[in-house]
Design a protein around this ligand. Structure first.
Ligand code: CTP
Ligand code: CA
Length: 228
C-alpha cells in the first residue's frame, strides 16, 4: 500500500541496476563467487519501479523473485554482466551498480571437470582481472555529459568513509553508497553512507526496502537539481 501512495519521482527515467554476485567458472562443476544476497539491488529495482521509472535489472545467480514490472536479465559471469549492461545502458538515464562482481576469474576455465589424479597434487589456478563494469559505464560519453547518472556501492571491512571516498573518486561517480557496519550479507536491513562531492550523510539503520526507497528519493532529488 505504501508503494501506491509513494510519490512518482522517477517518471520518465530508466534505471539500470546490477545485483547479486557473479560466478566465474573453474570447470563445469566448480567456480569462484562473492558473498552477496542481491537483496539491496532487487529492493532498489522495486523502489525505482514504484517511483515510476522503467527498470532493467541485471542479476547474477540469486534466487529472488523479480519485482513486478521490472525487466530482468540473468547472468553468471562478470563478462556476461558487462555485456548485458552494455546492451541496456544506452536506454538508461540512471545506472546503479550494487553487484558484488568477482574481481578476478580463472584465466582458463577447463571444459572438462578437473579430476584428482591420486597423487595429492593440487591444481594451480591462474587468474585474470575482470572488467570494472561501473568504471566503464561511468567513463562513457553519456555519463560524462550528464545524461546518465551513475551510482556505485562499496562494502568495506574497515575505514568505510576513507575507502569509499577514494573509491568514488577512482570510479568517477557522483554518488557512492557505503554499507555501514559489520557484514550485512543476506540480512534484510542495513544502514548506508551516501558520499558525494560535497560530503556525506547517513541513512540510518532500516530495512533494505525502506533504504532503497530513501536512496531512490535521494537520486530523484539530485536529478531534479541537475536535469539531464
Ligand atoms: N564494480 C563493478 N565491476 C567490477 C568491480 C566492481 O561494476 N569488476 C562495482 C560494484 O558493483 C560497486 C563498485 O564497483 O558498485 C565498487 O565495488 P568494490 O568491489 O567495492 O570496488 P573495487 O573497485 O572492486 O575495489 P576492491 O574490491 O579492491 O575494494
Ligand atoms: Ca571488488
Amino acid at each position: 500500500l505504501s508503494a501506491f501512495f509513494a510519490p512518482k519521482q522517477l517518471v520518465g527515467q530508466h534505471l539500470l541496476v546490477t545485483a547479486g554476485p557473479t560466478f566465474e567458472a573453474i570447470d563445469p562443476v566448480r567456480g569462484i563467487t562473492n558473498l552477496s544476497s542481491g537483496k539491496m539491488g532487487f529492493a532498489i529495482a522495486r523502489a525505482a519501479r514504484e517511483a515510476g521509472a522503467e527498470v532493467t535489472l541485471v542479476a547474477g545467480p540469486v534466487h529472488l523473485p523479480t519485482p513486478r514490472g521490472v525487466r530482468r536479465i540473468n547472468v553468471q559471469s562478470a563478462e556476461q554482466m558487462l555485456m548485458a549492461v552494455e546492451q541496456a545502458v544506452d536506454a538508461a538515464t540512471i545506472f546503479v551498480a550494487t553487484a558484488a562482481v568477482a574481481d578476478w576469474r580463472p584465466a582458463l576455465a577447463s571444459e572438462q571437470k578437473i579430476k584428482k589424479d591420486g597423487s595429492g597434487e593440487v591444481p594451480a589456478l591462474a587468474f585474470v582481472e575482470n572488467p570494472d563494469i561501473l568504471a566503464r559505464v561511468a567513463q562513457s560519453p553519456r555519463a560524462r555529459a550528464g545524461q546518465l547518472f551513475c551510482v556505485g556501492f562499496a562494502a568495506e571491512s574497515h575505514d568505510l568513509l576513507a575507502h569509499a571516498t577514494a573509491k568514488r573518486l577512482r570510479k568517477q561517480v557522483p554518488l557512492l553508497v557505503g554499507n555501514i557496519g559489520p557484514a550485512t550479507f543476506g540480512q534484510d536491513d542495513n544502514a548506508l553512507l551516501l558520499i558525494d562531492a560535497d560530503g556525506h550523510r547517513e541513512l540510518p539503520h532500516a530495512s533494505k526496502r525502506v533504504l532503497a526507497q530513501q536512496l531512490v528519493a535521494d537520486i530523484a532529488s539530485r536529478l531534479r537539481a541537475a536535469p539531464a
